[in-house]
Ligand binder design. Structure first.
Ligand code: G1P
Length: 309
């Protein structure tokens, strides 16, 4: 994509209303999205990813106790002037980085009725254009630009695009799972069906949805009618299943409204911060890869593992 053709998709939606109960007591008064991954809050990686894919209009779906998210992406004049006075430009740049990333918007979810309901809260802001959804528990390494590829695929095929990753069969019950058929592009599949968190025995494949979506706005009409599904929640996966099924079975263009659902099969680096074990693994992996911290940290880690374990 050249600079003279700005991407059609400019809006990203980030659901961030969850209670973060898996991280209590850390999340009693601090949103889980603000927990640091090395030295940046997890949510900043996600906003950076959206911005670097050209999506600089970010809507966060928040809830009670999420004020720190708004503060983090806003200016902090007191801190900035203190750092300026000290001449600490490096830290000043770090403070300003998060407020310069994107134009931020916030809407509260009210009742936490599930991911599908959170996405539906974005409808008035998004309007009638395709948009991205990024889930904060999945961090995608910036060296493996998944979202930009998904935007390309959406521009080529229309409809919606989800990110898929092959997982071990015993892991599939943790994810939305897609039935797929191949396309001419080796990293793109057509999605023929979807099921939220199936038992391994019922899973149509080992393709798991990882938390990146580029969605056609027709998904809102479907979400408005989607009944609570797994866990009593309104599931985004169920709405996408309906979009895919409608497209697959439609005989004419009218029936195909909303377009197909494609999947981009991701083989890059993904860090899960969704539970405590995965969160710790993500921090260790990212710290090892950091130029400033990595060499010392790796040396310590090697000796810790060989001496203490
Ligand atoms: C959500 C989605 C699921 C997807 C997962 C990816 O589940 O409902 O389809 O596979 O995110 O992280 P959650 O992990 O929020 O329960």
């Amino acid at each position: 994509m050249t600079e003279s053709h700005p991407p059609r998709i400019s809006k990203a939606v980030i659901p961030a209303a969850g209670l973060g109960t898996r991280f209590l007591p850390a999340t009693k008064a601090t949103p889980k999205e603000m927990l640091p991954v090395v030295d940046k809050p997890a949510i900043q990686y996600v906003v950076e990813e959206a911005a670097s894919a050209g999506l600089d209009d970010v809507l966060m779906i928040t809830g009670r106790n999420k004020r720190p998210l708004e503060d983090h992406f806003d200016r902090n004049y007191e801190l900035e002037s203190a750092l300026l006075k000290k001449g600490d430009e490096a830290r000043l740049a770090k403070v300003q980085e998060s407020s310069d990333l994107a134009t931020m918007h916030y809407v509260r979810q009210g009742d936490p009725k599930g991911l599908g309901h959170a996405v539906l809260c974005a409808a008035p802001h998004v309007g009638n254009e395709p948009f991205a959804v990024l889930l904060g528990d999945d961090l995608i390494d910036p060296r493996d630009p998944l979202l930009a590829r998904m935007v390309d695929v959406q521009e080529r095929h229309g409809g919606s695009v989800i990110a898929l990753m092959e997982v071990a069969p015993e892991q599939i019950h943790l994810y939305g799972c897609a039935a797929v058929k191949p396309t001419d592009d080796s990293d793109v599949v057509e999605v023929t069906g979807l099921v939220e968190k199936p038992d391994a025995a019922d899973a149509p494949s080992n393709y798991a949805i990882i938390g990146r979506y580029v969605l056609d706005p027709h998904v809102f009409d479907i979400l408005r009618k989607t009944e609570p599904g797994r866990g009593g929640e309104i599931q985004l996966t169920d709405a996408l299943q309906q979009l895919a099924a409608r497209y697959q079975s439609a005989a004419d263009a009218e029936g195909k409204v909303g377009g197909p659902v494609h999947g981009v099969v991701f083989k890059g680096r993904r860090y899960d911060t969704g539970d405590r074990g995965d969160y710790l693994r993500a921090i260790v992996r990212l710290a090892c890869e950091r130029e400033d911290l990595g060499p010392d940290f790796q040396a310590w880690l090697r000796s810790y593992v060989s001496e203490e374990m």
